[in-house]
Design a protein around this ligand. Structure first.
Ligand SMILES: [Fe+2]
Ligand SMILES: [Fe+2]
Length: 408
């Protein structure tokens, strides 16, 4: 048995796992033989891969073909990344194992950025700033306005009489968003059989909530394009955000949570507070990153020490001002301590997705270590660590299929 990409699926193959769409609706039962019509339906519903009997065709995440000495080296560096977490915890133990296999299989070194340029800054000279929240609250800093396209999109989607054409009209007001959405719907992530060249068709095929979620996340992240390169590579930040969004959504599907696109957006925006910090307080950001690097501390602990708050506090006000859905605020604000959230389950999924993303090393938001797992939240989630293997395989396929959207 094995996971196979939808484009490699052939009539006659037999399903080893049932196939459900992103909202949990059953499309085909386990042990059924796949017909050409099923493949078309899978593509229409955005299924990117399925598990079939007797397959070993897709690239398995396996370290067996890698030089043992190289694996030993990777193991050593991975141990360092996990220095702030409990390696005896069953979930962490499994994530650690998969992380070594993943890092042995994929060379991500060219893509990632660990703010190396900051190493020479003398952190002792830097002044600690601890009234950042006050500055934000006193409005001496003006946070960005909600992008008008997101506001209009939310309005048109909230109206039950809106058609796919109405939504398309709003999207068309932003040529860059139009181009990006078309690029995404034509990527292997969705795997539609023919080219989609109209937003209205994309809305019909993918769904209004999915399109609005993607548009919301993309529009918000693209507002922060002025971050000094030595602080953070935006490309690396977007990779971290996208991977976290994809893993959040896959974990939600495993928990049979219906509104998976909300989890995708939450994962996409979970570290948005860091973009506010890096954009509006570059001097303080250099200080924090430099101190965290020199002391080998977790970045959000260093933020707490230097600012009296961390990136999750910085984003709360913005999400409230923009009147984004409460669950988004819940998931983003509590992604480092989900057991304290009003809605702990979705916050825990984003938290877990962040832990996994950091462990795999796909991009970074500035953090250099795997953040600690909230054990109370983990226990209440009721998820088995045995699911991580398939979650990460699915996420890897989806991430590499969507990765090209970051080149825009
Ligand atoms: Fe974070
Ligand atoms: Fe993160």
């Amino acid at each position: 048995m094995g996971i196979i990409h939808i484009n490699k699926l052939k009539p006659g193959m037999v399903l080893d796992e049932e196939v459900r769409d992103i909202n949990g609706r059953l499309l085909l039962k386990k042990n059924k033989q796949i017909q050409a019509a099923h493949i078309r339906i899978f593509k229409i519903w955005g299924i990117t891969e399925v598990e079939i009997h007797g397959n070993n065709g897709s690239k398995e995440v396996s370290a067996s073909s890698v030089d043992p000495q190289q694996v030993e080296k990777i193991k050593e560096s991975t141990l360092n990344l996990f220095r702030h977490v409990d390696l005896d915890h069953p979930a962490i133990k499994e994530i650690f194992r998969i992380s070594i296999v993943f890092r042995s299989t994929y060379d991500l070194s060219n893509h990632e950025n660990n703010n190396e340029g900051l190493a020479e800054i003398d952190s002792q000279q830097s002044k600690v700033e601890n009234n950042i929240l006050q500055k934000l609250n006193q409005e001496s800093i003006t946070l960005p306005e909600i992008p008008s396209i997101v506001f209009e999109l939310n309005e048109v989607i909230a109206n039950p009489l809106s058609s796919a054409e109405d939504i398309a009209q709003v999207v068309h007001r932003s040529p860059s968003l139009t181009a990006l959405l078309l690029k995404i719907v034509n990527s292997p992530f969705y795997g539609f059989p023919s080219k989609i060249d109209k937003i209205s068709l994309a809305v019909t095929l993918i769904g209004t909530r999915e399109i609005s979620g993607l548009a919301l996340g993309i529009s918000i992240l693209s507002m922060f394009n002025n971050i000094p390169k030595e602080i953070l590579s935006m490309y690396s930040f977007l990779r971290h955000s996208l991977a976290c969004g994809i893993i959040s959504r896959i974990l939600a599907a495993h928990k049979s949570i219906p509104q998976t696109e909300q989890l995708f957006v939450s994962g996409l925006l979970h570290d948005l507070g860091r973009l506010i910090l890096y954009s509006y307080f570059p001097e303080e950001s250099r200080n924090i990153l430099s101190r965290a690097r020199l002391s080998d501390r977790l970045l959000y602990h260093q933020e707490n020490d230097c600012l009296g708050c961390n990136h999750t506090h910085l984003v709360k006000q913005l999400l409230q001002e923009w009147k984004l859905p409460m669950v988004l605020e819940n998931n983003v604000f509590y992604h480092h301590c989900p057991s304290e959230a009003q809605q702990p389950i979705p916050a825990t999924l984003v938290h877990l997705a962040d832990v996994i993303t950091n462990s795999l090393g796909i991009g970074t938001s500035g953090e250099r270590y795997v953040p600690p797992l909230d054990n109370i939240a983990w226990e209440s989630l009721g998820l088995s660590p045995t699911c991580f293997d398939v979650v990460i395989k699915q996420a890897t396929h989806q991430f590499f299929a969507l990765e090209s959207m970051l080149d825009v």
